[in-house]
Design a binder for this molecule. Structure first.
Ligand code: UDP
Ligand code: MG
Length: 338
């Protein structure tokens, strides 16, 4: 007999106290519906990752986990950033799930699409990408910077799924394979397509944040884009070499021209071109140094092999007597773990 798959919904939360009660309610409702429709097992859970929030986010997750057995939480010891919080969630969830959906806490992404994700999983897809149809709800600025980012990444040679953020379903196997990418600068949206399992997309309309403010200010957005480019592509370095070649040929041409001026006795007129080329080359060199520095920075981080996140408390993997997994845990065992 084929049983329904166990689904875990992973939700990274950073200072989300305003929106969390609504999120918990909506996702619990959806879970109930999916169980009633026999799409997922009743062992399916919601896993909230508190990414070092400074407000009441963790208290809310903890209280909800005491009240509802399907709500679980993991608390990171400090703010590790959205991508790392997501990884913490995926890797904690994988041992007890057949498939995992990741979604933002603000529910800008339509939760009912999870039903489509699961249906696709039943059809045999191992990775299902949620793709935004339109971004009317986003500000003009966010929309254009985001689209520019996708285009830039494509030009740089990274295979991104257009208009897909981190709203997706992954099978347990896909997450296990993802874990084998041990790089510290893990750029999820670029890596997941590299896994290569059978995949498909589901499109939906992106809504406005239910409450609270964006946790991605311009500074974080730029850092994210830079991270994506430099951890995925060596095109910038190639561009620099190209610029180097072009300026080399131009300087040969100008060199010949200056020699011609020298022999015809008009040397003083060379001052303008000289000063411009000094500035131009100086600028180019600085850009080149900056870019090489960026890559060296990456190498530096990789060689340190720091852990990407440190878990403080893990209610998800803490075996409890009488938990729904029915594991027999001796008290001594439990004490050791706590
Ligand atoms: N987030 C996080 N850690 C951070 C920043 C954000 O876990 O350092 C979470 C946040 O709680 C939300 C998701 O990442 O669930 C996406 O953030 P947000 O909705 O603010 O980004 P936007 O939709 O504006 O791009
Ligand atoms: Mg959002």
């Amino acid at each position: 007999m084929i049983t329904e798959p166990v689904l875990t919904i992973v939700i990274p939360c950073y200072n989300e106290e305003e929106v969390l009660p609504k999120t918990i309610r909506q996702l619990r409702e959806l879970r109930e519906q999916l169980i009633a429709e026999r799409l997922i097992s009743n062992k399916s859970t919601l896993l909230f990752i508190d990414d070092g929030s400074r407000d009441a986010t963790w208290t809310m997750i903890y209280k909800a986990s005491l009240r509802y057995s399907e709500v679980k939480g993991v608390k990171l010891a400090r703010n590790a950033g959205h991508q790392n919080a997501l990884l913490a969630g995926l890797f904690s969830a994988k041992t007890r799930s057949d498939c995992i959906v990741s979604i933002d806490a603000d529910l800008q992404d339509d939760v009912s699409v999870i039903r489509e994700f699961v249906k696709k999983f039943h059809e045999g897809y191992e990775i299902v990408y949620g793709v935004r149809n339109k971004r009317d709800a986003d500000t003009f600025f966010k929309r254009h910077t985001a689209q520019g980012f996708y285009k830039l990444m494509k030009a740089m040679g990274a295979q991104l799924v257009y208009n897909h953020a981190d709203y997706r379903l992954m099978s347990r196997r896909a997450v296990e394979e993802l874990e084998r990418f041990e790089e510290a600068n893990l750029f999820l949206r670029g890596i997941v397509p590299l896994l290569g399992f059978r995949s498909t997309t589901v499109s939906y309309d992106r809504k406005e944040r239910l409450a609270g403010e964006t946790k991605y200010p311009l500074k974080k957005m730029i850092a994210f884009a830079l991270d994506g480019i430099t951890s995925f592509s060596i095109t910038p370095i190639r561009l620099i070499s190209l610029v180097g070649f072009v300026s080399f040929f131009i300087s040969i041409f100008f060199g010949a021209y200056f020699l011609f001026l020298k022999f015809t006795g008009h040397t003083q007129t060379g001052w303008t071109s000289l000063i411009t080329s000094i500035w131009l080359l100086g600028g180019l060199q600085l850009i080149a140094f900056g870019l090489i520095g960026e890559y060296i920075g990456k190498i530096y981080k990789e060689t340190k092999r720091r852990p990407r996140y440190i878990i403080d408390l893990d209610l998800f993997n803490l075996p409890m007597p009488g938990s729904f997994f029915g594991e027999e845990v001796k008290m001594t065992d439990q004490k050791k773990r706590v």
